[in-house]
Design a binder for this molecule. Structure first.
Ligand code: PGA
Length: 250
């Protein structure tokens, strides 16, 4: 039996500190943990609000501890704000900022050293999907992004399958094809690292998840949670999504 169905919200580059505080203060009381990934500037102000069950996290980090890396933010800096997790290898980082699997792997290791839970994103483009290369692409991203980690580390990681063709389009993958991919990923994880890791590692789906699609996704046996972007920016849809999944064991 895996854990509670997780909802991780990714605000991307949205909301100023005052907007973020106003939003979080208006969130209805939460029954089970909800994860909110916010811009760096909002980390400490939101963590300081100390809202029960609301875990605050970052959307990126730089893998070095400190030094001459103008404009970057390290895992230890993030940790000190009160953040508890970090999204790594998001497709926007991979595509807009040319992040490679090797770089994502360094970031995962840096996060784990600071006790930040890494949410590691993988996903294929529309072209790769149309060329029937989805499984090959995902395998490479998975194995290279999680390279050289022991089973203790692997069990702390959450994997997010985010097909790039579904992100921000309003059209999510069908629950059935997402389930198929998640099942495949879990098998792959089992082959590589054993059953214990495969059972413990949550695999979340992301890409146009909304209050309309989350219930069907949640019913799928290998979908352990959702990574929600656009629909988490408005209090109304955010609250609806949380209400639809709260407290239900997976
Ligand atoms: P979306 O974004 O829900 O707006 O598609 C998801 C993501 O990029 O994590």
């Amino acid at each position: 039996m895996r854990k509670l169905f997780k909802v991780i919200c990714n605000w991307k580059m949205n909301k100023t500190i005052s907007e973020a505080i106003a939003f979080c203060k208006a969130v209805p009381p939460l029954v089970s943990p909800v994860y909110l990934a916010v811009p760096f500037t909002c980390l400490q102000p939101l963590a300081d609000l100390d809202i029960p069950m609301l875990q605050i996290g970052a959307q990126n980090l730089y893998p070095q501890h400190d030094g001459a890396f103008t404009g970057e933010v390290s895992a230890s800096m993030i940790k000190e704000t009160g953040a508890e997790f970090v999204i790594l290898g998001h497709s926007e980082r991979r595509q807009i900022f040319s992040e490679t699997n090797e770089f994502v792997n360094q970031k995962v290791k840096a996060a784990l050293l600071q006790d930040l839970v890494p949410i590691v994103c993988i996903g294929e483009t529309a072209i790769e999907k149309n060329q029937n290369r989805t499984r090959e692409v995902l395998k490479k991203q998975l194995l290279e992004s999680l390279k050289d980690l022991d089973t203790v580390a692997l069990k702390q990681i959450h994997l997010a399958y985010e097909p790039i063709w579904a992100i921000g389009t309003g059209t999510p993958s069908t629950p059935q094809s997402a389930q198929e991919i998640h099942f495949h990923l879990r098998q792959l994880i089992q082959e590589e690292w054993g059953e214990d890791v495969a059972e413990n590692m949550s695999i979340l789906y992301g890409g146009s998840v909304s209050d309309e699609s989350i219930e069907e996704l949640k019913k799928q046996p290998d979908i352990d949670g959702a990574l929600v972007g656009g629909a988490s920016l408005k209090l109304e849809t955010f609250s609806k999504i949380i209400a639809l999944v709260e407290g239900d064991p997976k």
